[in-house]
Design a protein around this ligand. Structure first.
Ligand code: 5AD
Ligand code: SF4
Length: 487
């Protein structure tokens, strides 16, 4: 199959049409069998991967497959992998290794290795030589080609290793089987051009490309019409979104991320828009004003800062100083006093000194994030940081990790305690095990709220999933809030 020349929408469209033909061929094979074939999709990593898995499931269903959570009964097992840290990689590889048993029990089983690790050549070589039970490998940018690749794996009975395509195109219209009925992922851009020195994402997901605004708005409208209440716009760098129509003379909508947010909030209906993950370089007054002005955009931003030392930030190629980062979040808070700000930080970057960790600690103290994810630096093959000498010992990395996590836990606990006695409008998004708090809900700022059932005279255990309700917060800890229905 040819590569889409010039990335034109027409070429992309014809490639996707061809995939529908492959889908139909597999459906014919499935229909000729006495019972429906089954597929199991195992997902690792970030929300983008979860969204990709929803597309894999959508394609599988179109090909006549039913879904199962049992690897042994599955005819196709898909492992959608993550490459962000070595730990994630080892976990995936360990689990893929275990699949040798399911393949032994069911010789016809097709085991698929896709996602970010399938774009790392060293890992693919390892799968080729040491995981012979894996029969199909393809990188994230070839997701759209899954029907054809699966057909070849099923019919030719050969192992297939599809290679990456850095200049991937945006595949519109892939079928999606959503896991959730209330919350939906809505990818708006793919790839990353930032090349933070530690990060493998730009190498495995390729260059940044945005979906057409018209396509995003149309999908969001369909989601709202289908009663989805919590829509998260996804992108590795979500706020660098730019409508590709603005680069051509086709007369399409021409807009950047804040303008897209405004357009999406014009869709009528009661729903919340979230977005992740934002890069500080593209977060400024225009974005914060768009958030402040719309009741439909959640007052939450996940804005990773990664390090508090300007020297380390420079080595990381982040494009801002600690002061500039703090100025941005201060601006956000001045426009939205109740905004929830969460972040990511890495400790143990090569050459990081104790003083530099103290600068990270100082930033965490000053920023007072509502929540923060702390990661220990992990060298990723092919990234510039992996060439730097890793001077920080394992023990030091863990000690720094513990210090930062302890501090943030104290801050989160304090921030969450401030909700006690307050009443929040929350969206009930799922049921939870246990009798005391049988529902899980999210506040506008994305805080997890464990919710008691309504009193008997008010419907008892009535089905509240999908409803916006008011919750009076009664307890909290560093991770979540606890509340009862109010009014
Ligand atoms: N090592 C440790 N953490 C990393 N992250 C990204 N790459 C690495 C790495 N090589 C973290 C960053 C990012 C989050 C998703 O994962 O903090 O924001
Ligand atoms: Fe990695 Fe930076 Fe891209 Fe985030 S923005 S995925 S940290 S390169």
């Amino acid at each position: 199959m040819e590569r889409p020349s010039n990335n034109t929408a027409d070429t992309a469209q014809s490639l996707l049409e061809e995939q529908r033909v492959w889908c139909a061929k597999i459906r014919d094979i499935a229909a000729s069998r006495s019972k429906n074939p089954l597929a199991y999709v195992d997902t690792y990593g970030c929300q983008q991967n979860e969204s990709d898995s929803e597309k894999l499931r959508g394609m599988l269903i179109e090909m006549g497959y039913g879904m199962t959570y049992d690897e042994y009964s599955a005819d196709v097992v898909i492992v959608n992998t993550c490459a962000i840290r070595e730990h994630a990689e080892n976990r995936v590889l360990g689990n893929v290794g275990e699949l040798v048993h399911t393949k032994k029990a069911k010789k016809s089983q097709v085991i698929v290795f896709c996602g970010c690790l399938a774009a790392v050549s060293k890992t693919v070589d390892k799968v080729r030589s040491s995981y012979e039970h894996v029969s199909l490998v393809f990188p994230p940018n070839k997701l759209w080609k899954f029907p054809e690749l699966l057909y070849r794996a099923l019919v030719d009975k050969k192992r297939i290793f599809e290679t990456d395509d850095e200049n991937a195109f945006v595949a519109e219209g892939l079928p999606t089987h959503r896991d959730h009925k209330v919350k939906a992922w809505l990818p708006i851009m793919y790839g990353c051009d930032n090349f933070c020195s530690y990060c493998i994402v730009p190498y495995v997901r390729g260059r940044e490309r945005s979906r057409r605004a018209e396509a995003v708005i149309s999908e969001a409208s369909s989601l709202v019409a289908a009663q989805y209440k919590d829509i998260t716009l996804l992108g590795q760098n979500v706020n660098s979104y730019t409508d590709p129509a603005s680069n051509c003379a086709s007369g399409g909508l021409s807009l950047r991320f804040p303008a897209l947010l405004k357009k999406l909030s014009d869709i009528s209906g009661d729903f919340l828009l979230r977005f992740m993950t934002s890069h500080p370089k593209d977060a400024g007054a225009e974005l914060f004003e768009a958030m402040a002005q719309s009741g439909k955009i959640a007052k939450h931003i996940h804005l990773p800062f990664q390090a508090g030392s300007d020297r380390i930030l420079k080595l990381m190629n982040r494009g801002y100083t600690a002061r500039e980062y703090l100025d941005k979040i201060n601006l956000a808070r001045s426009l939205m006093p109740d905004i929830v700000i969460t972040s990511d930080v890495i400790v143990g970057f090569p050459g990081e000194t104790n003083e530099e960790v103290n600068e990270t600690i100082a930033l965490v103290e000053a920023a007072e994030f509502d929540a923060m994810f702390t990661f220990i630096y992990s060298a990723r093959p092919g990234t510039p940081a992996a060439k730097l000498q890793d001077t920080v010992s394992k023990e030091e990395k863990h000690e720094r990790f513990d210090r930062v996590v302890t501090l943030q836990n104290e801050i989160s606990e304090k921030k969450h305690a401030q909700y006690i006695g307050k009443t929040l409008r929350v969206l009930v998004d799922s049921k939870a095990p246990g009798e005391a708090y049988p529902f899980k809900a999210r506040s506008n700022g994305g805080r997890l709220v464990h919710l008691q059932a309504p009193p008997e005279q008010d419907g008892g255990n009535r089905e509240m999933v999908g409803e916006f309700v008011f919750a009076k917060i009664t307890q909290s800890n560093n991770w979540s809030l606890y509340g009862e229905l109010y009014g």
